[in-house]
Design a protein around this ligand. Structure first.
Ligand SMILES: Cc1cc2nc3c(=O)[nH]c(=O)nc-3n(C[C@H](O)[C@H](O)[C@H](O)COP(=O)(O)OP(=O)(O)OC[C@H]3O[C@@H](n4cnc5c(N)ncnc54)[C@H](O)[C@@H]3O)c2cc1C
Length: 325
Protein backbone atom coordinates (compact mmCIF):
# COMPACT_ATOMS: atom_id res chain seq x y z
CA UNK A 1 0.00 0.00 0.00
CA UNK A 2 1.30 3.45 -0.86
CA UNK A 3 2.52 5.53 2.09
CA UNK A 4 2.54 9.31 2.58
CA UNK A 5 5.75 11.12 3.50
CA UNK A 6 5.42 14.71 4.69
CA UNK A 7 8.12 17.38 4.83
CA UNK A 8 7.55 20.40 7.05
CA UNK A 9 8.92 23.43 5.22
CA UNK A 10 10.63 26.22 7.10
CA UNK A 11 10.82 29.87 6.16
CA UNK A 12 13.44 32.34 7.36
CA UNK A 13 13.67 35.97 6.24
CA UNK A 14 11.05 35.51 3.54
CA UNK A 15 12.86 32.55 1.95
CA UNK A 16 12.60 28.80 2.16
CA UNK A 17 15.35 27.42 4.34
CA UNK A 18 17.89 25.22 2.61
CA UNK A 19 17.23 22.42 5.11
CA UNK A 20 13.72 22.08 3.66
CA UNK A 21 15.16 21.01 0.30
CA UNK A 22 17.54 18.68 2.13
CA UNK A 23 14.61 17.09 3.99
CA UNK A 24 12.82 16.54 0.67
CA UNK A 25 15.96 14.78 -0.60
CA UNK A 26 16.13 12.69 2.59
CA UNK A 27 12.55 11.58 1.95
CA UNK A 28 13.44 10.74 -1.66
CA UNK A 29 16.17 8.43 -0.34
CA UNK A 30 13.75 6.34 1.79
CA UNK A 31 10.45 6.30 -0.06
CA UNK A 32 9.41 3.55 -2.44
CA UNK A 33 8.04 4.08 -5.93
CA UNK A 34 4.38 4.92 -5.64
CA UNK A 35 4.63 6.51 -2.19
CA UNK A 36 3.19 10.02 -1.90
CA UNK A 37 5.24 13.07 -0.92
CA UNK A 38 3.64 16.20 0.46
CA UNK A 39 5.08 19.36 1.98
CA UNK A 40 3.38 21.63 4.48
CA UNK A 41 4.18 25.33 4.38
CA UNK A 42 3.09 27.47 7.33
CA UNK A 43 3.45 31.19 7.89
CA UNK A 44 2.11 34.58 6.96
CA UNK A 45 2.29 35.84 3.38
CA UNK A 46 4.10 32.69 2.36
CA UNK A 47 1.86 31.78 -0.54
CA UNK A 48 4.43 33.07 -3.05
CA UNK A 49 6.95 30.61 -1.63
CA UNK A 50 4.58 27.73 -2.34
CA UNK A 51 5.48 27.98 -6.05
CA UNK A 52 9.19 27.69 -5.21
CA UNK A 53 8.54 24.71 -2.97
CA UNK A 54 6.21 23.01 -5.45
CA UNK A 55 9.09 22.69 -7.95
CA UNK A 56 10.78 20.18 -5.63
CA UNK A 57 7.78 18.17 -4.44
CA UNK A 58 6.14 15.48 -6.50
CA UNK A 59 2.74 15.38 -4.74
CA UNK A 60 1.08 18.28 -2.97
CA UNK A 61 2.17 21.44 -1.22
CA UNK A 62 -0.34 22.27 1.51
CA UNK A 63 -0.25 25.91 2.52
CA UNK A 64 -1.58 27.52 5.69
CA UNK A 65 -1.18 31.27 5.29
CA UNK A 66 -2.48 33.20 8.29
CA UNK A 67 -1.52 36.30 10.26
CA UNK A 68 -1.49 34.20 13.45
CA UNK A 69 1.50 32.36 11.97
CA UNK A 70 3.61 35.46 11.31
CA UNK A 71 6.05 34.86 14.17
CA UNK A 72 6.83 31.32 15.25
CA UNK A 73 4.63 30.26 18.15
CA UNK A 74 4.61 26.59 19.24
CA UNK A 75 0.92 26.47 20.02
CA UNK A 76 -0.29 28.25 16.89
CA UNK A 77 2.07 26.31 14.59
CA UNK A 78 1.25 22.98 16.25
CA UNK A 79 -2.49 23.60 15.81
CA UNK A 80 -2.02 24.56 12.13
CA UNK A 81 0.31 21.65 11.46
CA UNK A 82 -1.75 18.92 13.08
CA UNK A 83 -4.89 20.30 11.42
CA UNK A 84 -3.29 19.47 8.07
CA UNK A 85 -1.39 16.33 9.12
CA UNK A 86 -4.56 14.72 10.46
CA UNK A 87 -6.02 14.80 6.95
CA UNK A 88 -2.98 13.02 5.50
CA UNK A 89 -2.53 9.96 7.73
CA UNK A 90 1.26 10.27 7.28
CA UNK A 91 3.63 7.34 7.41
CA UNK A 92 6.56 9.69 8.16
CA UNK A 93 7.03 13.39 8.89
CA UNK A 94 10.43 15.01 8.25
CA UNK A 95 11.61 18.26 9.87
CA UNK A 96 14.91 20.13 9.79
CA UNK A 97 16.81 19.72 13.05
CA UNK A 98 16.48 23.46 13.65
CA UNK A 99 15.10 25.44 16.58
CA UNK A 100 11.60 25.18 15.08
CA UNK A 101 11.95 21.55 14.07
CA UNK A 102 13.28 20.55 17.48
CA UNK A 103 10.35 22.30 19.11
CA UNK A 104 7.58 20.95 16.89
CA UNK A 105 8.77 17.41 16.11
CA UNK A 106 8.29 15.90 19.59
CA UNK A 107 4.84 17.48 19.90
CA UNK A 108 3.88 16.08 16.51
CA UNK A 109 5.36 12.68 17.42
CA UNK A 110 3.27 12.59 20.60
CA UNK A 111 0.18 13.67 18.66
CA UNK A 112 0.66 10.93 16.06
CA UNK A 113 1.82 8.37 18.62
CA UNK A 114 4.92 8.10 16.43
CA UNK A 115 8.50 7.08 17.05
CA UNK A 116 11.05 9.88 16.63
CA UNK A 117 14.66 9.89 15.45
CA UNK A 118 16.40 13.23 15.80
CA UNK A 119 19.50 14.90 14.42
CA UNK A 120 19.90 12.37 11.64
CA UNK A 121 23.02 12.92 9.54
CA UNK A 122 22.77 10.00 7.10
CA UNK A 123 20.28 7.41 5.93
CA UNK A 124 21.13 3.95 4.62
CA UNK A 125 18.56 1.93 2.73
CA UNK A 126 18.85 -1.67 1.69
CA UNK A 127 15.56 -2.95 0.34
CA UNK A 128 12.90 -2.32 2.95
CA UNK A 129 15.52 -1.91 5.69
CA UNK A 130 16.20 1.76 6.42
CA UNK A 131 18.66 2.85 9.08
CA UNK A 132 19.16 6.36 10.35
CA UNK A 133 22.61 7.46 11.57
CA UNK A 134 22.99 10.02 14.29
CA UNK A 135 25.88 11.29 16.41
CA UNK A 136 25.98 10.82 20.17
CA UNK A 137 28.19 12.11 22.97
CA UNK A 138 29.25 15.25 21.15
CA UNK A 139 30.07 13.31 17.97
CA UNK A 140 32.36 10.77 19.66
CA UNK A 141 30.18 7.84 18.62
CA UNK A 142 27.47 7.27 16.06
CA UNK A 143 24.43 5.08 16.34
CA UNK A 144 22.32 3.49 13.65
CA UNK A 145 18.65 3.19 14.46
CA UNK A 146 15.62 1.99 12.61
CA UNK A 147 11.91 2.32 13.16
CA UNK A 148 9.94 -0.78 14.06
CA UNK A 149 6.28 0.04 13.77
CA UNK A 150 3.84 2.93 13.56
CA UNK A 151 4.22 6.47 12.22
CA UNK A 152 7.68 8.01 12.07
CA UNK A 153 9.04 11.48 12.86
CA UNK A 154 12.55 12.39 11.74
CA UNK A 155 14.60 15.55 12.15
CA UNK A 156 17.62 15.93 9.87
CA UNK A 157 20.70 17.98 10.65
CA UNK A 158 21.20 20.86 8.19
CA UNK A 159 23.99 20.54 5.60
CA UNK A 160 24.19 16.73 5.72
CA UNK A 161 21.95 15.79 2.80
CA UNK A 162 22.17 17.06 -0.74
CA UNK A 163 19.54 19.50 -1.89
CA UNK A 164 16.52 18.08 -3.74
CA UNK A 165 16.47 18.43 -7.51
CA UNK A 166 13.48 19.99 -9.24
CA UNK A 167 10.77 17.46 -10.18
CA UNK A 168 9.60 16.92 -13.76
CA UNK A 169 6.27 18.55 -12.92
CA UNK A 170 5.53 20.77 -9.94
CA UNK A 171 3.32 19.72 -7.03
CA UNK A 172 -0.30 20.72 -6.77
CA UNK A 173 -0.69 23.66 -4.37
CA UNK A 174 -3.59 23.35 -1.93
CA UNK A 175 -4.54 26.21 0.41
CA UNK A 176 -5.85 25.07 3.77
CA UNK A 177 -8.10 27.00 6.13
CA UNK A 178 -6.94 27.65 9.63
CA UNK A 179 -8.74 28.90 12.72
CA UNK A 180 -6.08 29.72 15.31
CA UNK A 181 -6.73 28.61 18.89
CA UNK A 182 -9.08 31.16 20.51
CA UNK A 183 -6.70 31.98 23.34
CA UNK A 184 -3.03 31.21 22.91
CA UNK A 185 -1.40 30.56 26.24
CA UNK A 186 1.66 32.51 25.15
CA UNK A 187 2.14 35.10 22.43
CA UNK A 188 5.23 36.57 20.77
CA UNK A 189 5.53 40.22 21.78
CA UNK A 190 8.62 41.07 19.81
CA UNK A 191 11.45 39.32 17.98
CA UNK A 192 14.88 40.76 18.65
CA UNK A 193 17.31 39.36 16.13
CA UNK A 194 20.92 38.99 17.16
CA UNK A 195 22.47 38.20 13.86
CA UNK A 196 25.96 36.82 13.63
CA UNK A 197 26.38 38.04 10.07
CA UNK A 198 24.72 38.02 6.69
CA UNK A 199 25.01 34.28 6.19
CA UNK A 200 22.99 31.97 8.45
CA UNK A 201 25.50 30.15 10.65
CA UNK A 202 23.74 26.77 10.68
CA UNK A 203 23.30 26.67 6.91
CA UNK A 204 26.56 28.31 5.82
CA UNK A 205 28.80 26.36 3.45
CA UNK A 206 31.86 27.99 5.01
CA UNK A 207 32.26 29.11 8.63
CA UNK A 208 35.13 31.23 9.92
CA UNK A 209 35.25 30.94 13.70
CA UNK A 210 37.17 32.83 16.34
CA UNK A 211 38.21 31.79 19.82
CA UNK A 212 39.81 33.45 22.80
CA UNK A 213 42.88 33.83 20.61
CA UNK A 214 41.27 36.81 18.83
CA UNK A 215 41.80 38.66 22.13
CA UNK A 216 39.10 41.36 21.69
CA UNK A 217 35.95 42.18 19.74
CA UNK A 218 38.19 44.11 17.30
CA UNK A 219 40.13 40.88 16.87
CA UNK A 220 37.13 39.48 14.99
CA UNK A 221 37.59 42.08 12.21
CA UNK A 222 40.16 40.10 10.18
CA UNK A 223 37.87 37.05 10.47
CA UNK A 224 34.90 39.09 9.24
CA UNK A 225 36.97 40.28 6.27
CA UNK A 226 37.90 36.70 5.39
CA UNK A 227 34.26 35.66 5.77
CA UNK A 228 33.17 38.49 3.47
CA UNK A 229 35.50 37.28 0.72
CA UNK A 230 34.39 33.65 1.12
CA UNK A 231 30.68 34.44 1.61
CA UNK A 232 31.04 32.67 4.93
CA UNK A 233 29.33 33.00 8.30
CA UNK A 234 31.29 34.02 11.37
CA UNK A 235 31.10 31.81 14.45
CA UNK A 236 32.87 31.67 17.79
CA UNK A 237 33.93 29.45 20.65
CA UNK A 238 32.33 29.86 24.02
CA UNK A 239 35.67 31.15 25.24
CA UNK A 240 35.32 34.14 22.91
CA UNK A 241 31.66 34.65 23.89
CA UNK A 242 32.38 34.41 27.62
CA UNK A 243 35.18 36.93 27.22
CA UNK A 244 32.67 39.37 25.72
CA UNK A 245 34.38 39.49 22.30
CA UNK A 246 31.17 38.54 20.47
CA UNK A 247 27.54 37.68 20.88
CA UNK A 248 26.38 34.30 22.20
CA UNK A 249 24.31 33.94 19.02
CA UNK A 250 27.65 33.08 17.39
CA UNK A 251 28.60 30.31 19.81
CA UNK A 252 29.30 26.92 18.29
CA UNK A 253 29.46 23.77 20.36
CA UNK A 254 27.70 21.60 22.86
CA UNK A 255 25.81 24.51 24.39
CA UNK A 256 25.76 26.57 21.21
CA UNK A 257 24.91 25.92 17.58
CA UNK A 258 25.83 22.77 15.68
CA UNK A 259 27.30 23.46 12.25
CA UNK A 260 28.34 21.09 9.48
CA UNK A 261 29.74 23.32 6.75
CA UNK A 262 31.93 22.19 3.89
CA UNK A 263 34.79 24.22 5.32
CA UNK A 264 35.28 25.24 8.96
CA UNK A 265 38.15 27.62 9.67
CA UNK A 266 38.99 27.70 13.40
CA UNK A 267 41.11 30.71 14.36
CA UNK A 268 42.61 30.88 17.84
CA UNK A 269 40.40 28.06 19.15
CA UNK A 270 42.03 25.38 21.31
CA UNK A 271 39.60 22.60 20.37
CA UNK A 272 37.91 21.68 23.63
CA UNK A 273 35.57 18.69 23.40
CA UNK A 274 32.55 20.97 23.96
CA UNK A 275 33.56 23.05 20.93
CA UNK A 276 34.20 19.97 18.79
CA UNK A 277 30.64 18.82 19.56
CA UNK A 278 29.38 21.66 17.41
CA UNK A 279 31.75 21.47 14.42
CA UNK A 280 33.59 18.14 14.19
CA UNK A 281 31.25 16.86 11.46
CA UNK A 282 32.38 19.68 9.11
CA UNK A 283 33.68 18.29 5.83
CA UNK A 284 37.06 20.07 5.92
CA UNK A 285 38.49 21.62 9.08
CA UNK A 286 41.27 24.18 8.87
CA UNK A 287 42.87 25.24 12.14
CA UNK A 288 45.02 28.30 12.72
CA UNK A 289 46.68 28.32 16.12
CA UNK A 290 50.05 29.48 17.38
CA UNK A 291 50.34 26.47 19.71
CA UNK A 292 51.41 23.39 17.70
CA UNK A 293 50.12 21.18 20.55
CA UNK A 294 46.58 22.65 20.46
CA UNK A 295 44.01 19.80 20.43
CA UNK A 296 42.18 21.37 17.48
CA UNK A 297 44.99 20.06 15.23
CA UNK A 298 43.92 16.48 16.07
CA UNK A 299 40.64 16.96 14.20
CA UNK A 300 41.94 19.38 11.56
CA UNK A 301 42.45 18.32 7.94
CA UNK A 302 44.80 21.27 7.44
CA UNK A 303 46.68 23.02 10.21
CA UNK A 304 48.55 26.30 10.15
CA UNK A 305 50.79 26.96 13.14
CA UNK A 306 51.07 30.71 13.40
CA UNK A 307 49.63 33.94 14.68
CA UNK A 308 46.09 34.37 13.37
CA UNK A 309 46.67 38.11 12.99
CA UNK A 310 49.38 37.33 10.41
CA UNK A 311 47.78 34.29 8.80
CA UNK A 312 44.14 35.39 8.40
CA UNK A 313 44.88 38.63 6.44
CA UNK A 314 47.25 36.67 4.17
CA UNK A 315 44.53 34.09 3.50
CA UNK A 316 42.03 36.87 2.79
CA UNK A 317 44.36 38.44 0.20
CA UNK A 318 45.12 35.09 -1.45
CA UNK A 319 41.44 34.06 -1.60
CA UNK A 320 40.57 37.50 -3.00
CA UNK A 321 43.09 37.02 -5.80
CA UNK A 322 42.09 33.42 -6.45
CA UNK A 323 38.38 34.22 -6.57
CA UNK A 324 38.91 37.26 -8.79
CA UNK A 325 40.94 35.25 -11.27
C1 LIG B 1 29.20 22.37 30.22
C2 LIG B 1 30.11 23.09 29.26
C3 LIG B 1 29.62 23.45 28.04
C4 LIG B 1 30.46 24.11 27.12
N1 LIG B 1 29.99 24.44 25.88
C5 LIG B 1 30.81 24.99 24.98
C6 LIG B 1 30.37 25.29 23.66
O1 LIG B 1 29.20 25.09 23.30
N2 LIG B 1 31.27 25.81 22.78
C7 LIG B 1 32.56 26.07 23.12
O2 LIG B 1 33.33 26.55 22.27
N3 LIG B 1 33.00 25.82 24.38
C8 LIG B 1 32.15 25.32 25.30
N4 LIG B 1 32.60 25.10 26.57
C9 LIG B 1 33.91 25.66 26.96
C10 LIG B 1 35.08 24.82 26.52
O3 LIG B 1 35.37 23.84 27.50
C11 LIG B 1 36.34 25.70 26.34
O4 LIG B 1 36.59 26.39 27.54
C12 LIG B 1 36.22 26.72 25.24
O5 LIG B 1 35.81 26.09 24.03
C13 LIG B 1 37.58 27.39 25.01
O6 LIG B 1 37.44 28.40 24.05
P1 LIG B 1 38.73 28.80 23.16
O7 LIG B 1 39.23 27.61 22.43
O8 LIG B 1 38.33 29.98 22.37
O9 LIG B 1 39.72 29.33 24.27
P2 LIG B 1 41.10 28.72 24.78
O10 LIG B 1 40.92 27.33 25.24
O11 LIG B 1 41.64 29.72 25.75
O12 LIG B 1 42.01 28.67 23.49
C14 LIG B 1 42.50 29.79 22.84
C15 LIG B 1 43.45 29.28 21.78
O13 LIG B 1 43.89 30.38 21.01
C16 LIG B 1 45.25 30.17 20.68
N5 LIG B 1 45.81 31.51 20.39
C17 LIG B 1 46.01 32.53 21.25
N6 LIG B 1 46.47 33.62 20.59
C18 LIG B 1 46.57 33.26 19.28
C19 LIG B 1 46.96 33.93 18.10
N7 LIG B 1 47.33 35.22 18.13
N8 LIG B 1 46.95 33.26 16.94
C20 LIG B 1 46.59 31.95 16.88
N9 LIG B 1 46.19 31.26 17.97
C21 LIG B 1 46.18 31.91 19.16
C22 LIG B 1 45.85 29.50 21.89
O14 LIG B 1 47.02 28.77 21.55
C23 LIG B 1 44.70 28.60 22.33
O15 LIG B 1 44.80 27.30 21.73
C24 LIG B 1 31.78 24.44 27.50
C25 LIG B 1 32.25 24.07 28.76
C26 LIG B 1 31.43 23.41 29.62
C27 LIG B 1 31.97 23.01 30.97
Amino acid sequence: MSKTYVVIAEVRGGKLRQVTLEAIQAVASVKENGDQVAAILLGHQVSALADDLARFVSGQVLVVDHSALEAYNSEAYFAALTGVLDTLNPHAVFFGHTAEGRDLAPMVAAHLNAGQLSDVIAIEKSGADVSYNRPLYAGKVFEKKRFTDGPQVVTIRPNNFPSAQACASPAEIVKKDYAPPAALRSVVKDVVRKTSGKVDLTEAKIVVSGGRGVKSSDGFKPLEQLAEVLNAAVGASRGACDAGYCDYAMQIGQTGKVVTPEIYIACGISGAIQHLAGMSQSRIIIAINKDPEAPIFKVADYGIVGDLFDVVPLLTEEFKKALAG
